[in-house]
Design a protein around this ligand. Structure first.
Ligand SMILES: C[S@@+](CC[C@H](N)C(=O)[O-])C[C@H]1O[C@@H](n2cnc3c(N)ncnc32)[C@H](O)[C@@H]1O
Length: 255
């Protein structure tokens, strides 16, 4: 199967952990991502009978809906846009007057900003000078359009999504925000939020995989499950408890 690439650079994206995560997805009928972000896992895995993606970020979800339903209009809008420092600043000041314009500007801000942080222009002296190319955007969006066919796109608080789609035939991939992370695309979680999420895992009927930052707090909180510590270079996530270059994460599964 050909893997589809993410259309944007989402901080905390799981592309580099795919070789570890994909083999942990057990047989299921319904696949759910309650914290969809950049969709690295959905786009890389085999299609499931039923697939659901969800995120609380309304701009991100609106972009996916436009990729799914209004691809020609979105591409046309992107064609008008300049990938430039001025473009980024202009789109921060004016995010767009129509839904399609907003989706295009959100994508362009993501692609032209440092690590997808949405507001600092990415300066690059190599790789063709940054991430903005009409040709590659057109190809990526076209592939994502095909892959998102039949995918249900929700925009709910995660609690609602995981409960709505849970069943004994459901597989959940959970990738909540890291504890205390300081990034602009979305807020890091507090320990109280992580504890509330942990409690909900016991109620699930379906199987799941969870990725969280590799803090001592999380090791204790998730001690009843199987924890695999993985270490990878991650420059886009700045976590309070990890000053070092190599970023530690846990991949957690039920025992
Ligand atoms: C670590 S990112 C997911 C990254 C994704 N797995 C990827 O590979 O790109 C976490 C996502 O959770 C979303 N989020 C944060 N709090 C949420 C909530 N209460 N309900 C639903 N989504 C939430 C954020 O908007 C963010 O996109």
């Amino acid at each position: 199967m050909t893997k589809t690439k993410p259309i944007l650079r989402w901080p905390g994206g799981k592309r580099r952990l795919l070789p570890k995560i994909l083999p942990l997805i057990t047989p299921h009928v319904c696949y759910v991502e309650s914290f969809a972000g950049g969709l690295a896992v959905l786009l890389a895995k085999e299609r499931s009978n039923t697939e659901v993606i969800n995120d609380i970020n309304g701009d991100l979800i609106a972009l996916y809906r436009n990729v799914q339903y209004h691809l020609p209009e979105l591409l046309r809008e992107i064609d008008f846009a300049l990938g430039s420092r001025k473009g980024l600043k202009d789109f921060m000041a004016q995010p767009g007057l129509t839904e399609i314009q907003r989706a295009a500007r959100f994508l362009i801000r993501n692609k032209t900003s440092f690590g997808g942080n949405m507001d600092s222009f990415a300066v690059s002296r190599k790789n063709g000078g940054g991430g903005f190319s009409r040709e590659s955007n057109t190809a990526l969006l076209g592939e994502a359009h095909k892959r998102l066919d039949r995918v249900t796109i929700e925009s709910l608080p995660y609690e609602r999504c995981m409960d709505l789609y849970d069943s004994k035939d459901t597989f959940h991939f959970f990738d909540p925000p890291y504890l205390g992370s300081k990034i602009k695309a979305y807020d890091g979680w507090t320990e109280a939020q992580m504890c509330a999420f942990r409690k909900r895992l016991d109620k699930l009927q379906g199987n799941w995989v969870l990725t969280v930052d590799g803090s001592d707090f999380n090791r204790e909180l998730f001690k009843d499950f199987r924890i695999e510590a993985v270490s990878s270079k991650n420059q886009s996530v700045n976590v309070r408890t990890h000053g070092e270059q190599r970023f530690k994460e846990f991949i957690i599964t039920p025992k």
